[in-house]
Every structure is written in C-alpha cells, then in structure tokens.
Design a protein. Structure first.
Length: 190
C-alpha cells in the first residue's frame, strides 16, 4: 500500500510541474506537440529513474562514508549530465526524428530542476532504494502526464479563435494555471 501512495502522490497530488513548479522550462517549451511531449516525458522518466539509483548509491555508499555530503548537489549534477548524454546518444541512434524534435530541450534535461530536485528530495526524504526508484519514476510519469495533457490542450487551442493579444505564451500560461488547479483536486486522495 505504501508504494501505491507514493505513486498516486507523485503523479497526481504532488505533481512535480503543477504542484511543485519544477521543470517549467521544458513544460512550456516542449509542449507544443503531443508527440514531442511524449518523447520528452519518456526521456525524463528514463533519466530520473537512473538518476534515483545513482543518487541513492552515491549518497549512501560514497558521500556519507567519506563525510562529504555537502558535495551532493555537484555530484548529482555531474551524474545527471552523464545520464542525459547517454540518452541523447541513444535517441540520436534509435529515433533521429524524436532527437530532432526535442532539439535543444534534450540537453536542457541536464539543467532541468525537476531531475535535480527529485534526486535531492530522495536524500531529504531518506527513502530506501526501491522507494527512491518508485518515487522518481512516478514523479517522471507525472511530469510526462502534465506535459502531454498540456500539449493536447495547446494543440486544440490552435484550432480555436483566440484573441490576438492572448495567442501564444499568454494563453499557455493561463491554461497551465487552470491545469494546475485541476490537479489540486487530487489533493484529497492521499
């Protein structure tokens, strides 16, 4: 039951984008098309899951024994950068169209505060390894869900008669706010 609560809480109640406001840059930048959003969500999920394992192992088997916990932010950034480079190479080889569609946003996963934030939250919450993987994967799925829903809404808005002053970023920000309020309705679940 504990893992179910972690999953529901991470995806819906404490959504990393809509409730905690981490990862806003890719949320607004990559959410123009559903296909791109799904690809970015999958890449972030993969990186977050691997980053959780790496962060846990590094924290408890390197930093704590050596009493250099103060280095965790720098170390986690380096680990995340390495993982993103790996994902970038794999996507370039396996799916060139997705690699091209993600463009500059793929390397930006390195600086996506959602990925670093989750790695740091895992240590702060003192989760065990399996809990860390479940939490980070569910958080990334929540990120992907928010990104995909938002992209679908933005695609639909392109077909609507939006006043000229509201086109583009203004209507996107209003839509994101409404979507965040909708996700707040899940807060009674956990």
């Amino acid at each position: 039951m504990e893992y179910v609560l972690i999953i529901i809480g991470s995806i819906f109640v404490n959504n990393i984008v809509l409730a905690q406001f981490f990862g806003i840059c890719p949320f607004l930048g990559v959410s123009n098309r559903v296909e791109t959003s799904l690809g970015m969500g999958a890449a972030v999920t993969f990186v977050m899951a691997l980053a959780a394992v790496a962060a846990y192992l590094i924290q408890y088997y390197v930093l704590v024994p050596l009493h250099i916990e103060y280095m965790q932010t720098i170390v986690f950034i380096l680990v995340i950068a390495m993982l993103v480079q790996m994902v970038e190479l794999v996507l370039k080889k396996v799916s060139p169209p997705l690699y091209q569609a993600l463009g500059i946003f793929l390397p930006l996963i390195t600086t996506n505060c959602a990925v670093l934030g989750v790695a740091l939250l895992l240590v702060q919450k003192e989760l065990e390894l399996l809990q860390s993987v479940v939490y980070s994967t569910a958080t990334a799925i929540g990120f992907a869900l928010a990104l995909t829903i938002f992209a679908g809404i933005r695609e639909s808005l392109e077909l609507e008669d939006v006043p000229p002053a509201m086109r583009g970023l203004p209507i996107a920000i209003i839509t994101a706010g409404i979507l965040a309020m909708a996700f707040m309705g899940f807060s009674g679940l956990v």
